[in-house]
Design a protein around this ligand. Structure first.
Ligand code: 3DU
Length: 211
């Protein structure tokens, strides 16, 4: 059963710290990305780190290897534990993120299949399976796969073995936590926690699916 990862896509430092503080007792990691970093700066990582919960940088890094290295180095220097990159730029671009993660004693996850309907146009099916295999071959720590499509998570699991699957799409996007929990290693939940009237109670509800 999976860790609970809060997707903290709020747009101010104050809200980020307030939601994180409320939910922290029920969390195993906090994922932040462009919405919060563009609103509050990368140094939001410092106060968030004080909750003692690992931070995941969801920048879906997708560039040439040198640029990916520079981005990943900034991420790990800012105190993040893990980075998420895209795989479609190729194995050398993924390897650059994996190397930066390894150098920092951190982790790198590769998006294999996305959870939204538009993912079915490119980021699904055979392409997702190739991306998952490439993530394994590149030494990534795991993949991102959709809680909205449990059958696809099972297909991707057969490819990646005991590498980790972090899975967004529960709650607001319609994924069912009970169905997906046994199939994954990390359940990523955003709006269903941070827009709840009581984020602590919402986090507690999802934490019931933890190990
Ligand atoms: O739908 P939610 O509010 O629970 O947030 C899901 C988070 O996971 C959000 O940060 C989004 O950018 C991220 N994500 C996906 O939703 C789907 C993916 O395939 C990859 C990341």
């Amino acid at each position: 059963m999976p860790d609970l990862i809060l997707a903290l896509d709020v747009l101010s430092r104050e809200e980020a710290l307030s939601v994180a503080e409320a939910a922290a007792p029920h969390l195993d990691a906090i994922k932040i990305g462009y919405p919060l970093v563009l609103a509050a700066g990368l140094d939001i990582a410092a106060p968030l780190s004080e909750f003692g919960i690992p931070l995941i940088a969801d920048f879906k890094v997708a560039d040439i290897p040198n640029t990916n290295s520079l981005i990943a180095q900034q991420v790990f220097a800012a105190g993040f534990f893990a980075i998420i990159c895209q795989g479609f730029c190729g194995s050398d671009s993924v390897a650059a993120c994996v190397e930066a993660a390894d150098d920092a004693g951190g982790e790198c996850y590769v998006v294999a299949e996305m959870s939204h309907p538009g993912a079915l146009e490119f980021l699904s099916g055979k392409n997702a399976e190739l991306l998952a295999q490439m993530a394994v071959d590149a030494g990534a720590h795991g993949i991102i796969a959709p809680a909205t499509r449990p059958e696809r998570v099972q297909t991707l699991r057969a490819i990646i073995g005991d590498k980790k699957i972090l899975s967004p799409g529960v709650g607001a996007q319609g994924g069912d936590p009970e169905t997906i929990a046994p199939l994954i290693d990390g359940m990523i939940v955003g709006r269903s926690i941070y827009t709840a009237e009581d984020p602590a109670e919402a986090a507690r509800t999802y934490a019931r699916f933890r190990r």
